[in-house]
Structures are given as structure tokens and as C-alpha cells.
Design a protein around this ligand. Sequence first.
Ligand SMILES: Cc1ncc(COP(=O)(O)O)c(C=O)c1O
Length: 341
Amino acid sequence: VVSGGELFTAIQSAFPAERIYVHGSNKSEEELALALEHRVGRIVVDNFEEIDRLSRLAMDHQTRQSVLLRVAPSVEAHTHEHIKTGALDTKFGVSIETGAAADAVRRLQHAANLDLVGLHAHIGSQIFEAEPYRETIQRIFDFARSAGAPVRELSPGGGFGVRYATADSVRSPESAVETIAGAVRDAAGGSALPMLTIEPGRSIVARAATAVYRVGSVKDIRGVRTYVAVDGGMADNIRPTAYGARYTPVLANRVLEEGDCVVTIAGKYCESGDVLIRDARLPMPRVDDLVAVPVSGAYQLSMASNYNASPRPAVVVVADGKARLVRRRETYADLLAADIY
Ligand SMILES: Cc1ncc(COP(=O)(O)O)c(C=O)c1O
């Protein structure tokens, strides 16, 4: 989990606390206290202030907490600038290259009520190559040897790329895991192997959902572009606007028709940048057609907002020919629920 809200959600769903790893580059006192109260398995500490804060809180709570240290390994992952996290110039973790990580290990070894059990790195998302993982794991082991840091446990994070658009490469989570396990074996040499954890976020859930929009208007600017306006956009999916994510949509109600037109699927929010999909190949959409965007199960609804005071959409689970509402559509009253008059 990466916030107090995600931790609360996991606890509410009765997920075993000892299997929760708590992340975040600026965890608040309240978030750390909640994690300690529920006796989460690991807190992945990110910076020096957090080491001091967590140590003090663990003493207050009269508990010991196992932690991993998040290191930044200075590895270049070939992905969008906004979803890279393991380079030297990153807000996440402590840098191996600058010596900060070695200082953090020393600080942790003297921190009351904290047990440093291993190291963590997450180098970014939508990574399709094996090499950045191999390099990261090798650097973690080299660092651990030189800094005297324990690696009883090791997590090289997640970031396994999924195929959002037909142009994307295909890489199975199995092959990513094979690469990682092989790299750990190689880097460990003959020494004891650590307990390996991975954090495959989107590669588990992204393909589980399809976002469905209704077409409201079609505007052809002759010789320039055809805009197809739908009843959602950057409020329910910030990814295209935030970092140029691409998707391959279909018309759900005309799925067998040939995609012989190139159109741009525009969101409904009050920003020119609110464009969901540029240059989508579809049969010419008509009003009331349903634009289905596959691979919408990760970082969409979980990052949705009430942009322009828009209620967030409903979620329907479909299985074995049956549909079940698992999250109702927000109402206008929901939008005002936290306001104080
Ligand atoms: C620390 C950490 N681990 C794992 C992930 C999962 O990444 P992905 O969903 O790209 O696999 C993230 C995502 O930002 C993360 O911050």
C-alpha cells in the first residue's frame, strides 16, 4: 500500500496485516501510526526523517517494526519520465551512488525498535526489458556487501509492462519473475538467498477491467481531425494526460465492423489536454455508440478525481453471464458530502 487510505482499504477487506508492505515517499505520522497499530509486515522506509519518525513512534507504541530500506540504484529504465523512479534524480528512496543509502543503513542500525531486514528498489513502471532489473539487483547486492546492510529480504519492486495498445510489446509476468529470480541467484553468488518479494501491481489487475464510455458528439474538422466526445475522460483516467499513455479501443456495440477511420477520443472535461486516445482506428463512431477501452483495471479508478465536480463512475463485475454492481456511481450529493455549511 502507498497511503493511509490504501492501508485502511486493505484492513477493511481483512487482508492479512502481516503481508502488507507500506510504501510512500512522505508517510505522515498518522499513516505510520496506523501501520504500527495494525502490525503490518513491513514498512519500506524512504528517507532519514522517516527513520527517526518511525523509530520514535515504534517506541511510543512499544512495538518493534521490521523495515526494508528503499534505495535508488541509479538505473535507467526505458519508460516515460513521469513513471521512472530508480534514477539518481528521483524523489523516491535514498541514493546508493551519493552515499546516502549507506548513511541510512547506519542510521537504521542504531534506530531503536526498528529491525532492518533488507532492501527494496522500484525502478519504474511499464518496463519491458530484463536488463534494468538485472542491473538493479546486482547493484543492491554490491551495495549491501560494501555497506554491511542485511539482505535477508529483497524486493526489486514491480513495473512489469502490460500491453495497453496493440503496438506494445508482450511480456508475461512469468518471464519477468524468471528474470528477477535468475538475477538474484547470480548476484548472490554462493551466499544465502534472500526471501524475494515482488510487487507486480498492474500486471495482475490491469487486464481485469474495461472502461466503457458513451459517445455524445462527433465533430469532423475537415482535413484536420475528427473528435469523438465521450462521457468521461481525464477524471476517470488521468494516464493519457499525465504521461501520454496509449490505448487501443473498440466500439463495444459494433465490435465486428472494420476499423476504417482514424478518430480522436476526447474527454468531456474543461481542458484541451483532456484527450483519452489520439488517432484510434475505429468504424466511424455515432452518437450513443459505446467506446470500450480494454486494460483499464489499474491506475484509473484508483486515481480518479471529481474534476469539474463530476461524479465518479460505477464498477460492475461481470462473470458467468451475470453482472453485479460492486461500486455505485457517485451522486451529486456525494460531491458535497464533506462540505460544512
Ligand atoms: C513501490 C512500488 N512498487 C510497485 C509498484 C507497482 O508498479 P506497477 O503497477 O507498474 O507494476 C509501484 C507503482 O508505482 C510502486 O510505487
